[in-house]
Design a protein around this ligand. Structure first.
Ligand code: KDG
Ligand code: MG
Length: 402
């Protein structure tokens, strides 16, 4: 069996998605997500110029060997562009293997460990009252876990707020838009949100919050401590993790569970965090961290230290990543939760899939492979549109982390 053809499809049904399609000489094909928000065309070039020519003629059944070939063989390892490309190849190859075996991906991984995959949705509002209402609407939709973000008085365009509640989408504009940040104002305001949420809805629902890398370790420690009475499911991306040791300081001061990893590319980004038990949830996912093959390694290491998974699932990860992640989640023994930001109807139409939402959970289907396809005719109707993520500056103009 051989890889006969491999090509990249770029489409923008409301937002950009990059998809890799690998076709075999036996008529079976597989697809993988290669979307890197705001930097999409860099992965297209990496695939088209450097990866796809090497794949032609290879045996698509040799998933592990092809992974090692792309990772070690490039000499230049890791990084979001390289690893998004490797992820797309890996996901497409697992899709092919599932189709050839006539099995859904979770069966190939070792079978079902749970009946459904608990997900969390994104509730946000311009102020606390609006966020309270938004959380209420997620509860009404059946969610059992909800991430809550609110506008902060005196801060223009705080992270996680604005432009619609169900389909919040930060990327836009042919150049990055400017937002302003002030951690002091944020730290004063956020505990009030969670106090109000618990007094309004009680403790039967899981609440989550994303700090989006804005705080220093000691500021994150202060927030974690202030939020302890409200028993969060997790505080996410409390501080940047290039220095994995930074999380030790947060950990020493608070019992609020910590999650990190949506921008990690490999197991090496998470190794110290996991081995020193500095986090509770690892948020790497299929498209960003080397596909199913590498994600499994990260999850297995995490399991040794009682760290559970909590895969990233924002709208910039295509339905292909969501479909593959759900098979992974259905199998992985140390599952924690799956993020689920809904895609728009336009996106869902371009990527027909068999997963479905039910009672606060997603259920993967039984279609062989990962269960997601691409309608290429429809995809062709939505040409690529440049769109950047915003940047953030402090009030005095200093560049900060968006
Ligand atoms: O492309 C960036 C988004 O994926 C990110 O901002 C979303 O932080 C995010 C989350 O937790 O979903
Ligand atoms: Mg996040």
């Amino acid at each position: 069996m051989k890889i006969q053809n491999a090509r990249v499809i770029v489409t923008c049904p409301g937002r950009n998605f990059v998809t890799l399609k690998i076709e075999t000489d036996q008529g079976v094909y597989g697809i993988g997500d290669a979307t890197l928000n705001g930097r999409e065309l860099s992965v297209v070039a990496y695939l088209e110029e450097h990866v796809l020519p090497c794949l032609i003629g290879m045996d698509p059944r040799r998933i592990e060997d092809i992974w090692q070939y792309l990772y070690r063989g490039a000499y230049w390892r890791r990084g979001p562009v390289t690893m998004s490309a490797v992820s797309a190849v890996d996901t497409a190859l697992w899709d092919i293997k599932g189709k050839m075996a006539g099995m859904p991906l979770y069966q190939l991984l070792g079978g079902r460990s749970r009946e459904s995959v608990m997900v969390y949705g994104h509730a946000n509002g311009a102020d606390i009252e609006e966020t309270i209402d938004a959380v209420g609407s997620y509860i009404a939709m059946g969610y059992r876990a909800i991430r809550a973000q609110t506008g902060i008085p005196g801060i223009k365009d705080a992270y996680g707020v604005g432009r619609g509640t169900l389909f919040y989408e930060p990327a836009d504009g042919t150049l990055p838009s400017n937002t302003v940040w002030d951690t002091h104002k944020y730290l004063t305001h956020v505990p009030k949100l969670f106090e109000k949420l618990r007094t309004t809805y009680g403790f039967d629902y899981h609440l989550l919050h994303d700090g989006h890398h804005r705080m220093t370790p000691i500021e994150a420690a202060q927030l974690g401590k202030a939020l302890e009475p409200y028993r969060l499911f997790w505080l996410e991306d409390a501080t940047p993790a290039e220095n994995q040791e930074a999380f030790r300081l947060i950990r020493q001061h608070t019992t609020t569970p910590l999650a990190v990893g949506e921008i990690f590319n490999t197991i090496w980004d998470a190794k110290d965090l996991i081995q020193n038990q500095l986090i509770d949830y690892i948020r790497t996912t299929v498209v960003r961290a080397g596909g199913i093959t590498h994600l499994r390694r990260i999850a297995d290491l995490a399991a040794l230290y009682q760290v559970r998974t909590g895969s990233h699932g924002a709208t910039d990860l295509s339905p292909i990543t969501m479909g593959a992640a759900l098979h992974f989640d259905t199998w992985v023994p140390n599952f924690g939760i799956q993020e689920y930001m809904r895609h728009t109807e336009e996106t869902d139409a371009v990527f027909p899939h068999d997963y479905r939402f039910e009672a606060g959970a997603l259920l993967c289907g039984e279609t062989p492979g990962h269960g997601v396809d691409i309608d290429e005719n429809l995809a062709a109707k939505y040409p690529y549109k440049p769109a950047y993520l915003p940047v953030a500056r402090l009030e005095d103009g200093t560049m900060w982390n968006w």
